[in-house]
Design a protein around this ligand. Sequence first.
Ligand code: F6P
Length: 319
Amino acid sequence: MKVAVFTSGGDAAGMNPALKAFVELSYSKGIEPYFIYNGLEGLIDGKIKKADYSDVAGILHKGGTIIRSSRSKRFYEYDYRKQAFENLKKFGIDRLVVLGGDGSFKGMDVFYHDFGVGFVGIPVTIDNDIYGTDYCLGVDTALNVIRHMLDNIRDTASSFGRAFVVETMGRNCGYLALVSSIISGAEILSIPELPIDYESIEKRLKKEIEQGRSYVVAVVAEGTKQTYKMAEFLEKNLSMETRITILGHVQRGGNPTVFDRLMAYKFMEFALEHINNEEIHDMVAYKDERLKLIDIDTVVNNKYSLNPFLLKLGERLTR
Ligand code: F6P
């Protein structure tokens, strides 16, 4: 059996460990492993090559993806998808393993319904915004990067008695900001999933300032578009000298954590165990600390929502 893997959409730490796991576990299961370079773009262009151990030597500790990634606009068009299908036929590839996020799975859902190519998706995105899974590969590393940055910012904020607004990534999802605010002891949180009450925040922090608070850290998810408004609020309403730090793409890189490395192997083992299932077009989900398969139609037709218990923990920082 020939199985090809590709990485698609925003890269995340954990992709390289998953690629190493793919090659090693494939050979141990008698599967012939192939790499498709440049994500869906490479599938269209036929950038396909048989993978062996030497391709994945020394990559486990690296962020990013050695086979590169892309966000393909061409894949929305039937003719390009047909071209992609012809490439798979040419190489005799039976099944695919897809490492990516929601956008990539939407594309694969359409591809499956066009040509019936079986695949297993592994959720990989720092946004952690995919329906059906509590955890996406790479999010643990991104959270550790943010934790490190917030710790550093707190050092300077406290030394200068300043306010800091720190913007995290996550597209429309507030997961990174929510978790980071809780574990770093932020004073304010703004995420798309929770309303923000500036008036209450002002009252709460003015009281704390009277009692001796000298600095403030606000974590704002990019999806809220509140970063500059928050800074203005801190300057004007709390009379604090304020700085903005937009963390940006540093959150996408870095040395994968132990958790992301181990999960890369677990996800891949589970994916390859089921790759030969009849009419497979599923994603491996990590739900309630167990791995399971979910039909890709269900994944792409539902919206991820944040865990209510986590939301409750963050809520007090929004008012
Ligand atoms: O989906 C991952 C992500 O990093 C989002 O958090 C962010 O909004 C987006 O990708 C940035 O995209 P790009 O790398 O294309 O600038």
